[in-house]
Structures are given as C-alpha cells and as structure tokens.
Design a protein around this ligand. Structure first.
Ligand SMILES: Nc1ncnc2c1ncn2[C@@H]1O[C@H](COP(=O)(O)OP(=O)(O)O)[C@@H](O)[C@H]1O
Ligand SMILES: [Mg+2]
Length: 453
C-alpha cells in the first residue's frame, strides 16, 4: 500500500489531448429505454449509431463485451470520435479513455507493439480507496496569475493561484503553485463551485455547485450540498490510477537504481515491471482495497495500423486485463498495411469477426446547425442567428469541421470591429481568409498545371 501512496502525483486518467474538440459531449443522450433524444448530453441526431452505442455500453456493464470490440465506420466529420467519447462518458467519469490515431504507432523511438501496450495499459484503471487529507469547500474567491510560456511566447501559462474555500463553519485561503493552478484552469473552476484539493499531491477535484434554486436548463453540473465543518479535513476518497501510471512509477524506481549503477535503460518498459505491477494490483483487489476498471481504447484511422499491430491487438483482447477496443475508419476495401492482402476497411478478417460494426451517416442541415450551436456555446462564441445560418450553410456545403474551425477567426474579426456578437459578414470574411481542404488542393493544382509541366 505504501508503494501506491508514493506514486500519486500522476495526472488524471483521461488523455485530454485529442478530446478538446469533443468537450461538449457528456454522454450518449439516451432515455431510459435507450432511445436517442434529438439533442441531449451535447449530442445531436445520429440516432441509430447512438442507440447502438447505448447497447454496447450495456453489454460492457454486463461483462458481455469481453474479447470483443467496436468498429465505427463513416465519412469524416460524422461523429465517430464523438460517439467513442460518449461511450466512455456513459461508463462513468472515472473510466479511462485513451484516444490515439493508428498512425501513432510509427515512431522512431519505440516499437509499435510497445506503443500499443502502453496505450492499452493507459486505458485500464485501478480504483483505489483511501483516507486522505484534503481541503474542501465552496470557491468564494479565485485569482490566477499568468506568465508567458517559457519557450512559446504565444502561450500563457498559469504561474500560481490564490483560492479561498468556504464551508458553513470555516474559511481558508490557499496559495497554490503552477501545477494546481493549471488544474484549476483545465477544470474551469469558478466562484461557487465545490471543489477539494488533495493536501499532499495537489490534485484538484470539482464536485459540483451549490444550487440555490432548482434549475431546469441543460447546463450540466451537479447540484451538491453546501459543505460543513473544517476546510482542511480527512476524507475517504476513491481515486483511479492506470496500469501505465503504476508501470511508470515502478520503472522509474528501477531507472534511478540503474543510473546509480551506470546501467543504461531503454524507454520501453521491461515486461518484468508489468508483471510485478499486475501481481501487486491483483493483491490489492483480493484484499478489497482496489477495483479494476477497464476503460476504452479508441484508435482512430484504424486502417493506418499494420498487420503486426492488428495481431498484437487481437491477442491483447483475449487477456483478462483488457480495455474495450473501439476502432474507427472512413475507408472501404483497402490493403492491410504490411501485406498485399485487401480486406474490408484494411482490417484482417479474424479481427473484424470480433467487432460490432456501427455506421455513422452524414448530417442534414438541422443537425449541423444544432451541433454548431453547441460548439459555439462551448467555446463561448456569441453568434447571431444569421451567423449561425451562414456557418450551417458552410457546414453543409463544405464540411462540419471547417465550419467549426471558422468560429474563432470570425469571433476575432467581430471583436476587431468592436462588436461582441459575430455576424454573417464576419463568417463570410473568415471563410475568405481560411479555405477548406478542397479549395486548398484546387489552388495548388492550378499552379502545378501552369508551371510544373
Ligand atoms: N452527433 C453529434 N452531436 C454533437 N456533436 C457532434 C456530433 N457529431 C460530431 N460532433 C462534433 O463535430 C465535430 C466532428 O466530429 P468527429 O467526431 O470528429 O467526426 P469523425 O470522428 O467521424 O471524423 C467534433 O467536434 C464532434 O464533437
Ligand atoms: Mg475522428
């Protein structure tokens, strides 16, 4: 148990890197019978795929997905990644979700199988119960001080923060360093939120808000009781680490030891380390101190994986510690990488046999409009109704992603004119500055024809 306490300074289990564009997705938006509501949980339309995903969630909960996976197939921008995020959210806030692209296995630093192994271990959580010293209360004041990024002058990073926490009976002001300040920002902690901070590791958790009157709008936060007692107190908490976190901490101990002896260590994690971790975790589970939480490993552009990667994944799915594998692709029949064999979606048939395939279809204008409305709200971009119409038109004629990307430039153009609301004109202007892929290809092709012949 001591060992576990020493490695708690790891970050939350969700890999947020690639999920920014999907921060509005809070679930699959299904009713009690598993039917998709038109708009719910940040999801719009795509009814059948969402309902199918809901069935997968139930199968996962009932332990009937072991050894199986999901394949999302559909054109780009039809919500494949969004649905994978939705599945992970439905499984619980704590469920590890790791998103990667098939192309990421081609790295010069690590073997393909090592990259996949690490991704798999990142997507398996270990939930540990423990008593911890924490600061808990309602945020009554928060001030974050920034500095420029040490290497990148265009990025501001938090340096420190001052935060006052209150309960019915107590009040305490904390001054915290950059690590904690960064988490306050990432979690968007605001005045009125109820949070707690681990006194030892500085990990921040947002529990919800104290709601004075009943709210009926869709804004998603949990209403919680006003905390009482001292701000600084002992609390029984449950936290989740991933197998990869545990691998790293054990490997780090070895590296420190090896450096002492002058032995060079590779960046790959030795298999004995993983075995040791598995043994320790099994012991914790048997003694009732921990629970295993298989999460979701999402691999986008799965047709970029090669035969070696596919056979590794097939084998991994059979292990008793394996995450739910969700693959996505927009390819039809194509060659399996590393072979001359053609196969549906570039995936070997034996693996395809174990995948439930879900189709996502292109959106109509109404759906695009609602998705754009949600994204604008999420990014705090005030659009006029005409601007939303214009973006919807662009989203329908060009692509949803392109329309989403134009929002921020349009907001900047509006701001320069001293307006707070984005107009249709701002959107049109943004679209002349930034073009979509089709247009950029057309542009260079015209020049190729003129000059390169
Ligand atoms: N049904 C939906 N409801 C809400 N947002 C969606 C929906 N489908 C896609 N989006 C959003 O639109 C953008 C593009 O979708 P994405 O999931 O990346 O498509 P794909 O993975 O199929 O290329 C993302 O920001 C995504 O969150
Ligand atoms: Mg995607």
């Amino acid at each position: 148990m001591k060992k576990v306490a020493a490695i708690k300074e790891v970050k939350p289990v969700r890999e947020l890197r690639r999920v920014g564009a999907h921060s509005h997705i809070r679930g699959l938006g299904l009713d009690e019978k598993g039917r998709a509501k038109f708009i719910a949980d940040g999801m719009v339309g795509q009814t059948e795929a969402r309902e199918a995903a809901g069935i997968v969630v139930q199968m996962i909960r009932e332990g009937k997905m072991a050894g199986r996976g999901v394949l999302l197939v559909g054109p780009s921008g039809t919500g494949k990644t969004a649905i994978a995020v939705g599945i992970a959210k439905e499984l619980g806030e704590d469920t590890p979700f790791v998103a990667m692209s098939g192309a990421e296995i081609y790295s010069s630093e690590m073997k393909k199988t090592e990259i996949l192994m690490q991704a798999i271990r990142k997507s398996i959580g270990v939930r540990i119960k423990e008593k911890r010293l924490v600061y808990e209360g309602i945020v009554s004041k928060i001030r974050i001080a920034y500095v420029k990024h040490p290497y990148n002058p265009y990025v501001r990073v938090p340096r420190e923060a001052e935060i006052t926490l209150e309960t019915k009976d107590d009040s305490l002001t904390l001054r915290v360093g950059e690590e904690v300040a960064a988490q306050l920002l990432q979690l968007r902690v605001r005045k009125g939120d109820v949070i707690w901070i681990d006194a030892e590791t500085g990990e921040v958790h947002k529990t919800g808000r104290v709601c004075k009157e009943k709210r009926y709008d869709v804004t998603a936060y949990r209403c919680v009781e006003e905390p009482s007692g001292a701000v600084k107190k002992e609390k029984e908490i449950v936290y989740t680490l991933t197998l990869h976190d545990l691998d790293l901490s054990l490997a780090a101990q070895r590296v420190a030891f090896a450096t002492l002896l002058g032995v060079p260590m590779s960046r790959e994690i030795p298999s004995e380390v993983r075995q040791r971790v598995d043994e320790e975790v099994k012991k914790l589970i048997e003694s009732g101190k921990a629970e295993l939480m298989p999460g979701v490993l999402f691999i986008d552009d799965a047709h970029m994986l090669d035969i070696e990667a596919f056979s590794f994944l097939s084998r991994a799915m059979e292990s008793d510690m394996s995450p739910i594998l969700i693959l996505a692709t927009n390819r039809g029949v194509t060659k399996i990488r590393g072979t001359d064999i053609e196969s549906p979606h570039g995936i070997p048939l034996d693996l395809l046999d174990r995948l439930l395939i879900i189709r996502t279809r292109p959106y109509n204008a109404d759906e695009i409009k609602e998705i754009l409305r949600i994204r604008a709200d999420e990014e705090d971009i005030p659009l006029s109704e005409e601007a939303l119409e214009e973006l919807t038109k662009i989203g329908t004629e060009r692509s949803l992603r392109y329309a989403v990307q134009l929002m921020e430039p349009a907001r900047i153009l509006a701001e320069r004119e001293g307006r707070t609301k984005v107009t249709a004109e701002d959107v049109r202007k943004a679209a002349t500055y930034f073009v979509d892929i089709k247009e950029s290809i057309k542009y260079v092709q015209e020049y190729e024809e003129k000059f390169l012949k």
